[in-house]
Design a protein around this ligand. Structure first.
Ligand code: KIV
Length: 267
């Protein structure tokens, strides 16, 4: 039986050169299935706003929504480490608010760690949360909550200067006590450089093969969300086709009077 994964195991995996597999997860039945598939980390990402709730970006996602989805995933009692995203405005305004909201994700949601977007300018926030004994996963590079500053979802760290800034961010995050860092949308050579420089694990999404681990959005790998199709996504299944076929057959059978049959009825 799979053993419970903690942040200590995630660190050991980096130390032993073992790759870390992480996916987003937002609900109970998916968590039950996904937890038996060899993953190390489940992330209740604020991407839930886009792929589940239909928002244009992650900015409208609230604490209540993340807590709701984290609680649903936690009910599956996953052996994978359960990380919850801190949504926009839940940690940027002041440290007290950040601590309180990180605590709510743990107390009310059942998260075992929190993730927040930001580099050097968020080290006080990371320290404040880590000081409460809540593990923090940082997130730098293409940070979706900064969509308006970036002018869209664009690869970050392409120039030498921008790459150096991201490396400095990563080092500062590690010094602040984060247990890992997501590197999103950066050149693979920069992903390699940051991964080599840090002693904590890097988890890449569009950051190349040298990262210590990889993360993708579950709806993207299952072919369930066609809104955006970034280059870094690999589709592993066409669940949309399977779902459409099942729903079409159901609708056709209802209209033809073929469902319910006798075996689906009470006498
Ligand atoms: O919200 C999210 O899903 C994420 C990951 C894709 C890193 O932040």
């Amino acid at each position: 039986m799979k053993k419970k994964i903690t942040i200590l195991d995630v660190q050991k995996m980096k130390d032993n050169g073992e790759k870390i597999a992480m996916l987003t997860c937002y609900d109970y039945p998916s968590a039950r299935i996904m937890d038996e598939c060899g993953l190390d980390i489940l992330l209740v990402g604020d991407s839930v706003g886009v792929v589940v709730s239909g928002c244009d970006n992650t900015l409208p996602v609230t604490m209540e929504e993340i807590i709701y989805h984290t609680r649903a995933v936690a009910r599956a009692k996953p052996k994978s480490l359960l990380v919850a995203d801190m949504p926009f405005l839940s940690y940027q305004t002041d440290l007290r608010e950040a601590r309180l909201n990180a605590g709510r994700l743990v107390r009310d949601g059942g998260a075992e760690a929190v993730k927040l977007e930001g580099g050097e300018n968020f080290t006080d926030c990371i320290k404040a949360i880590v000081d409460m004994d809540i593990p923090v996963m940082a997130h730098i590079g293409l940070t979706p909550q900064s969509i308006h500053r970036m002018g869209g979802y664009r690869v970050q760290g392409k120039s030498e200067e921008a790459g150096e800034k991201l490396l400095a961010d990563a080092v500062a995050i590690q010094r602040a006590g984060a247990f890992s860092v997501v590197l999103e949308g950066i050149p693979r050579t920069l992903g390699r450089q940051i991964t080599a420089e840090l002693s904590i694990p890097t988890i890449g999404i569009g950051a190349g093969e040298y990262c210590d681990g990889q993360v993708l959005v579950i709806h993207d790998i299952l072919g369930l969300c066609e809104k955006y199709s970034p280059k870094f996504v690999k589709r592993y299944a066409d669940v949309k086709a399977v779902m459409s076929e099942a729903v079409r057959r159901y609708a056709a059978e209802v209209k033809a009077g073929e469902f319910p049959a006798e075996e689906h009825s009470f006498s």
